[in-house]
Design a protein around this ligand. Sequence first.
Ligand code: GTP
Length: 316
Amino acid sequence: MIPVSVVTGFLGAGKTTLLRRVLADPAWADSAVIVNEFGEVPLDHELLAASEEVLVNVSTGCLCCVVRTDLTATLMDLARRRASGELPAYRRVLIETSGLADPAPILHALMTDAAVAETHRLCAVVTLVDALHGAAALDRHPEARRQAMLADRILVTKPDLGDAAALGAVLAGINPDAPLRAAAHGAVEPGWLFAPGSPIPLPGPEARHSAGLGSIVIEREAPVPALALTLWMQALAEHCGARLLRLKGLVALAEEPARPMVVHAIQHVVHPPDWLERWPGGDRRTRIVLIGQGIPRHFPVRLLAAIEAEVAGSLR
Ligand SMILES: Nc1nc2c(ncn2[C@@H]2O[C@H](COP(=O)(O)OP(=O)(O)OP(=O)(O)O)[C@@H](O)[C@H]2O)c(=O)[nH]1
């Protein structure tokens, strides 16, 4: 039986940060990872693929709606290739859901598919809730609430940025049975993600979703000047506020185009940027995905063009 752990949590809660940390541990690098993202351009697998020897399968689209059967098919396909020796004998599977996934139909599919149940053991449903934005997300987004309700263990992330104890009290009201812990930057011992917990009840197959969410993708060849990027992200976060649920991207910076800068913003908070050592897959274009509610489609790219022109003008 191959152990499986489902890692879920609202947009930007810290799922990829946690998985990167787990996979960087040599004792846990022999894990297969299935990542699902909302938005037309997948980025998480690029961020995870930075740690080598990891199996990542991506399907964009909502895992809980459109590609639910893809998940069971992907799991079984991996298991077949593992058994035939085509893939290394990975010892466990981590499934990272999209931040907008309602886990109910995903768990339903995993628990009711006969072939999966014969070969895999669902060990845990780990829900990450961000101490900074989590309480508001639980309030506004049915997906976030369902993620917390269906967890068999909860990790409060970003305790360095928000009040983890206050969030813990809210979460205890939503899911009193799930053991709760807090950790910054995914600093939990990986074994916790697979440790035996209480039996996971079978949820119904239906998904609940927030209305009016959409993704906007920006792709461009020309590198972006650092000053223009900084001003653009600040302006977007300030202007869109709570409507900007998530921004993430790989950016070719004019000052350092040889490696990608990784940018993140969640609502009005722009997180410090990070770097990858090299461009994954040789594609050196900037790729930024925004997920928002009611943000006009052309607004971000026009704002960037206006700021770039302003910055270029001020340097002349
Ligand atoms: N300060 C702080 N930042 C964190 C922590 N955990 C994650 N982050 C930052 O939060 C941002 C989003 O983290 P991700 O790991 O990409 O979040 P995610 O849940 O995978 O995001 P989606 O896949 O878009 O839903 C990044 O800038 C991380 O560096 C934490 O504990 N403390």
